[in-house]
Design a protein around this ligand. Structure first.
Ligand code: COA
Length: 729
């Protein structure tokens, strides 16, 4: 397919790269662009060339799908060397005109041009580090020559793009264009032709490369920054190594060095994991059995019922995305309190320079208080965010049903309750969907979208589009105890508590987990969420389960096997009023800075509970802690997958990466399991089953894949019987 087009404009040829959606440098572009440049170089009617991107952006990078192919096939990643040389050695000046985003391979292409101009709103960067790789198309070599060692390290290690003004100041571009970037680039090209040769080649620049002496402290600071801001990640260190090569080796040799480092990163576990994470996140929106013609409804106004922590966070997330919001609660005081929290949060963003006063005012103005259910009538979407209690939610939904328009989508923000029973409180169960936000809802990127038995496909499509509109990642899961994320959390959290009873300390467990890359240890997570949350679920399980027995049977296992004992200490802590951060004490103690401090009182409690239960405490090694916690997560993940609660292992990975602080460089729990090997994981789990009891029974799916020498990745690629299609609405 033709993806490179030329428009001659009186001596200046405008070359347009047109490879939607983001003009990635895919195979066709890589083949066509050199042919076009070579032809124009020979064309006597052409004095200069301008290269632009079609549509919303310049080139946003190498084609990540091709990178993935190379990573798994062991083949070479796409090589742009010949193309870049051709561009740089073109006898006619080439001006790169950037708009939208010029990222990765896109910026590398631009840096091979003789001149670069950018629209005022353009963003430029080397985000490869977010994919576990480094700029591999000579980017580290040219960037260092254009902007110097310090800025090159900053761009490659942070992965954050910069705006046009900053790029100009740094020497990355020659001019910021106000107005149409192509027109601006054409007149820039005319001026370059008028000035005449020589036209600068980036490879020849040496003025910013520094000396060994001047660079040494810069590299030391860069390495320090990489180790602290990107803990455990190898790509940032590799990028710095390649930048160092730019300062010590001639250009071509530096490029060869960079290519070798880059290829190793592409094939590394971290590279594969982070590319997997990028693509899995985008695939999450492509729900296997959602018909292509399922159209999302247009959303303008959202009514939020419940002005507690979740309601407030959701209201801000909606207002930040430009939606009109009404916020209501039973009494005006609750709404006032909610609005005051929102005001304080926006004010603090302004004070920290993250938001302008006008933007904060605009967002605040989008959130209107309402009494009771008054916001429901005009709303396109109602989100219920009241206290997590089934009877209460059913009452609220019955009232929403009476008031909302027939085409309104009715969503419940629940983390545990049965969506079908909530939907049954309305006369329109097809309009009901679960939106499980994570706290703080204005910050956390994940929304678990819970599909009830009767949720309509249009409603599901609307929920997915809504998540995207909020800049979040929506992952569709089926109804069932704890859905996917929290259900997996229980065995993980409980195993940590069993380890503590057997001789580890909460501090040791959390250290092992954070050293491994988890954003927080599991005890600290429990303290942050509140120990009363799991306590309430246990209470309900003992007496009134949130899911009736027939649902439990239909959905398979409950979050925790009924024949297994529960951890000994968690309930005692709750009874002592140690609910976690909110009471200043939980598994740990907390000072003003909210850092967890080990508490001897808790250790004594654990020891005495263990001794009364006849548990002989022993020294527990870090490796055992890691295996028992993470493998518990994986084993339950396999069940979630087998039961169809999640439709793909990759979806579970996205849930854990975006909602539970799982380290991106490990690709998510299921991807990580593949990297260890399912047979090895299965064998450990089977051994735990023998030693520790029925909770460790290997999930049948894990056992099957291990036996077949397969992986969760292959399981995702297996053809599936799709579940019965949901009703249309
Ligand atoms: N190669 C292949 N596909 C890419 C791509 C790339 N470099 N960058 C984005 N895409 C695809 C996405 O997979 C998505 O595909 P889909 O519509 O089939 O789901 C589509 O382009 C839109 O991307 P999305 O991220 O959903 O859009 P956005 O507007 O939020 O963000 C970007 C656009 C370019 C900022 C963002 O996609 C991005 O950061 N891309 C990666 C850039 C990068 O790392 N480049 C270096 C690669 S070496």
């Amino acid at each position: 397919m033709n993806q490179v087009f030329v428009t001659p404009t009186d001596g200046i040829a405008v070359v347009q790269i047109d490879n939607p959606p983001v003009n990635a440098l895919s195979r066709d572009v890589r083949e066509q662009l050199p042919v076009v440049v070579a032809q124009l170089a020979d064309d006597k009617a052409v004095d200069a060339i301008v290269i632009v991107g079609a549509g919303r952006t310049f080139v946003a990078g190498a084609d990540i799908k091709e990178l993935e192919e190379a990573a798994w096939s062991g083949g070479e990643p796409p090589d742009l060397h010949d193309l870049l040389r051709l561009v740089e050695e073109c006898p006619k000046p080439i001006v790169m005109a950037m708009h939208g985003t010029a990222l990765g391979g896109g910026l590398e292409l631009a840096m091979a041009g003789h001149y670069r101009v950018a629209a005022a709103g353009a963003r430029m960067g080397q985000p490869e580090v977010n994919l576990g790789i480094i700029p591999g198309a000579e980017g580290t070599q040219r960037l260092t020559r254009l902007v110097g060692v310090e800025k090159a390290i900053e761009l490659c290690v942070s992965g954050k793009p910069i705006g046009a003004d900053e790029a100009k100041q740094a020497g990355l571009i020659d001019q910021v264009i106000d107005g149409d970037p192509t027109l601006g680039a054409v007149s820039f090209a005319r001026e370059a032709v008028r000035r005449g040769a020589p036209h600068p080649r980036t490879r020849d620049r040496a003025d910013k490369l520094g000396t060994a002496e001047s660079n040494a402290p810069i590299f030391a600071r860069g390495l320090e920054m990489a180790r602290t801001t990107r803990r455990h990640q190898t790509a940032p260190l590799a990028a710095i190594e390649a930048i160092e090569a730019a300062t010590t080796l001639p250009f071509d040799e530096g490029c060869r060095r960079e290519r070798a480092i880059s290829a190793a990163c592409v094939r590394s576990d971290q590279g594969r994991a982070m590319v997997h994470a990028f693509l899995a996140e985008r695939n999450a929106a492509k729900v296997p059995d959602l018909p292509k013609d399922a159209r999302p409804a247009e959303l303008k106004e959202v009514a939020i019922i419940g002005a507690g922590t979740m309601g407030v966070g959701i209201a801000m997330a909606c207002a930040n995305a430009g939606l009109r919001v009404t916020l209501s609660d039973v009494g005006p005081e609750a709404v006032d309190r909610g609005l005051a929290t929102i005001r304080r949060s926006y004010e603090s963003s302004v004070t920290r320079g993250r938001l302008s006063t006008e933007a904060a005012g605009d967002r605040l103005g989008r959130i209107q208080p309402r009494a009771g259910f008054d916001g429901c009538e005009p709303a396109d979407l109602v989100i219920e965010a009241v206290f997590e209690n089934l009877a209460l939610k059913q009452q609220v939904f019955a009232e929403i049903d009476r008031r909302a328009r027939p085409d309104c989508v009715l969503a419940t923000n629940t983390s545990t309750l049965d969506i079908d029973r909530i939907a049954a409180a309305t006369g329109r169960p097809a309009s009901v969907v679960g939106l499980h936000f994570f706290s703080p809802a204005n910050v956390m990127r994940l929304i678990e979208i819970i599909r009830g038995d009767r949720t309509g496909t249009g409603v599901l499509a609307t929920a997915l589009a809504f998540a995207k509109r909020l800049g979040k990642v929506g992952v569709v899961v089926r109804n069932g105890p704890g859905f996917a994320g929290n259900r997996m959390m229980f065995p993980y959290m409980y195993e940590a508590q069993f380890l503590a009873e057997e001789g580890a300390t909460p501090e040791q467990v959390d250290r092992v987990l954070t050293d491994w890359g988890m954003a927080m240890g599991i005890f600290a997570v429990d303290d942050m969420g509140g120990l009363d949350v799991a306590w309430r679920i246990r209470q309900e399980k003992r007496g009134r389960t949130p899911f009736p027995p027939e649902v439990e049977r239909k959905r398979g296992t409950t979050p925790f096997p009924a024949n297994e004992r529960e951890p000994l200490v968690a309930d005692k802590l709750v009874e002592m009023g140690r609910l976690g951060q909110k009471t200043g004490k939980g598994w740990f103690r907390y000072g003003d800075d909210r850092r967890p401090i080990p508490d001897p009182e808790v250790l004594n409690l654990i020891e005495s509970a263990a001794s009364s239960a006849g548990i002989r405490r022993r020294q527990i090694g870090d490796e055992e802690i890691l295996e028992r916690t993470i493998y518990a997560l994986i084993n339950e993940g396999a069940r979630v997958l087998e039961e169809g609660v999640a439709s793909r292992a990759a979806d579970i990975d996205v849930i854990y990466l975006t909602g539970y602080g799982f380290p991106a460089f490990r690709g998510g729990p299921m991807f990580y399991a593949d990297t260890i090997g399912l047979a090895a994981i299965h064998d450990r789990i089977a051994a735990f089953h023998r030693e520790l009891g029925p909770r460790w029974k290997p999930a049948p799916l894990l056992a099957r894949l291990a036996r077949e020498g397969s992986t969760f990745r292959q399981f995702d690629a297996e053809p599936k019987r799709t579940a019965a299609p949901a009703s249309r609405s």
